[in-house]
Design a protein around this ligand. Structure first.
Ligand SMILES: [Fe+2]
Length: 326
């Protein structure tokens, strides 16, 4: 490990860095990006720009840490790397492998946006979502391959990416096209951005949240809408705000009922609930698609919390993804 970097007028401080998951080192080229670790609460330069990342280096970090750090100002270099990979994937025909590649890259963008939700980075997320919508519209069969991309690990990033993937297929299946379709897909990738303000010990709590913790968690809807509005992305903020409303009025933050809940938010909600039930959570095993759909029917549709026809359409959509749900 080299000595702590002293850059120009001052030292690199923690506030100047963005944490990223170590998995990213395996999948992207960090040659031109300096890497930092945090040692005893202080940033330490681990690898300078221009130095390739060796296999040994990755193994060493992998065993010891969950995160590494890059300078905030380098996040655009990283997004540039992701863009290269996405462009290549968008030039290929749809296949389960290519869809998986696309959503692996999208999850990295979500990672960067959650770590650093600046106007610039949110704008990149928007652009990539629009590119994805374009790809889906040009390759209709892609919509019916998205269920293959769902990653079972539990992180906020993967949850958002999975929901984005499912919504991109489901909204296409529902017949939305062009501007409205693009808005729904983009809003899905941005729907939980308010979670950047929720402390990790609540987000990753291996058990039920206390009443106080749940009240805090609920605020991610309002915070998400605010982040989007403050960064020129108001056209997506209603989905961030209303994706936890229920049609019987029992949801949050406003207790909206029935048709007052925007259809985009209801579409995201169906995918959100399904993803939560089929994904790994620290406090329970994942449900099979069949069991998850049964829970959605019993606990949501039959109790008047979810639109029945939207649920039925979701079943058809999943069936066309050739999931074993019937
Ligand atoms: Fe949410």
């Amino acid at each position: 490990m080299v000595e702590r970097e002293r850059a120009g007028s001052g030292e690199i401080t923690l506030e100047m860095l963005v944490p990223l998951p170590v998995e990213m080192l395996k999948e992207l080229d960090f040659t031109e990006i300096a890497i930092y670790l945090v040692h005893r609460g202080r940033p330490v330069l681990y690898k300078n720009k221009g130095v390739p990342v060796s296999e040994d280096f990755i193994i060493e970090l992998y065993d010891r840490l969950q995160n590494f750090y890059i300078a905030r100002e380098d996040s655009f270099l990283l997004l540039g790397e992701i863009e290269k990979n996405l462009k290549e994937s968008f030039s290929k025909d749809p296949s389960p492998e290519n869809m998986k590649r696309i959503f692996t890259q999208m999850s990295k963008v979500v990672d960067v946006v959650l770590a650093l939700p600046t106007k610039e980075n949110l704008g990149v997320m928007e652009q990539f979502s629009l590119d994805l919508s374009d790809y889906m519209e040009k390759n209709p069969s892609a919509a019916y391959l998205v269920a293959f991309t769902v990653n079972k690990d539990f992180t906020t990033t993967l949850h958002i990416t999975n929901v984005g993937a499912l919504v991109s297929g489901f909204a296409y299946h529902l017949g939305f096209r062009e501007e409205i379709y693009r808005d729904i897909v983009t809003a899905a990738f941005l729907h939980d951005v308010g979670k950047v303000k929720i402390p990790d010990n609540i987000l990753k709590k291996p058990g039920k949240l206390s009443l106080r913790e749940f009240e805090l968690m609920k605020l991610h809807t309002l915070w998400g809408a605010k982040v989007l509005e403050e960064n020129g992305l108001s056209r997506y903020s209603h989905v961030a705000k209303y994706h936890h409303e229920r049609i019987d009025g029992s949801g949050y933050p406003e207790g909206l009922a029935g048709g007052k809940i925007p259809i985009e938010a209801q579409i995201v909600q169906v995918c959100d609930v399904y993803e939560a039930l089929t994904g790994v959570r620290p406090y329970r095993d994942p449900l099979s698609p069949f069991d998850a759909l049964a829970v959605m029917r019993d606990e949501f549709v039959l109790k008047g919390k979810m639109d029945k026809s939207l649920y039925k359409e979701f079943l058809t959509f999943l069936y066309k993804n050739r999931y074993d749900v019937v």
